[in-house]
Design a protein around this ligand. Structure first.
Ligand code: GTP
Ligand code: MG
Length: 198
């Protein structure tokens, strides 16, 4: 288990080309607007409002960098595909995210967040397909599991996996989390810790 000894906000960027020019491992959180990226980051880091959260989708609009234990970066990305954000801005977000995922050399693993309450959404499926085609390493993180009964959660996950198996031969690693109840913290930090050793 990894202790979080320090977690500090570094800066925000609009483009992967501006991101810190320092060669340490980096993990980024991505997913639809409001899926719980910033909340999950705060939960993992055990910091109340380090990453800004909001009930209004579209809160995170930049690439936000956090330095952890002085040895690795955690990155909060803007949400993709939120319908109420102006179309031109939505397009910009998608560009920012895809450029970052495709070209950022330090990126070790992308955490794709999925709201565990919802059926597979087309833009999530398409985004992961795009990641596969572009050889971006990623895992799936189901969020807000506290909002479902155990049975409903299992049903949704089973259905999601079935759908994924139509595009994928092997499923990516999956984590099940609640920022509210702190589920999944040890597993995710352990996973990052393992990758940091490589
Ligand atoms: P954008 O930055 O707008 O893309 O959103 P985000 O993905 O960063 O989501 P954020 O963390 O701001 O959370 C959105 C809303 O979901 C907030 O009202 C959170 O309180 C709520 N939320 C996030 N995670 C959880 C969770 O695990 N359980 C519950 N019950 N609510 C959550
Ligand atoms: Mg956010």
């Amino acid at each position: 288990m990894m202790d979080i000894k320090s977690a500090t906000f570094v800066s925000s960027f609009t483009d992967y080309r501006q991101c810190p020019d320092i060669n340490i491992p980096e993990y980024a959180f991505v997913g639809r607007s409001n899926v719980g990226k910033s909340s999950l980051i705060n939960m993992l880091l055990d910091r109340k409002n380090l990453a800004k959260t909001s009930q209004t989708p579209g809160k995170t609009q930049l690439i936000n960098y956090f330095l952890i234990n002085d040895t690795w970066h955690l990155v909060d990305l803007p949400g993709y595909g939120f319908a109420k954000v102006k179309k031109s801005i939505r397009k910009d977000f998608n560009r920012i995210i895809k450029d970052y995922a495709a070209y950022r050399k330090n990126l070790v693993c992308l955490f794709v967040l999925i709201d565990s309450r919802h059926k597979p959404q087309n833009n999530d499926i398409l985004f992961m397909k795009w990641l596969g085609e572009n050889q971006v390493p990623f895992v799936m993180v189901f969020t807000k599991i506290d909002k479902l009964s155990e049975l409903a959660l299992k049903k949704n996950i089973d259905f999601y996996q079935e759908q994924m198996l139509q595009h994928w031969e092997i499923l990516p690693e999956m984590f099940f989390t609640s920022a509210e109840k702190k589920n999944g913290r040890e597993k995710m930090l352990g996973y990052i810790n393992q990758l940091n050793q490589l």
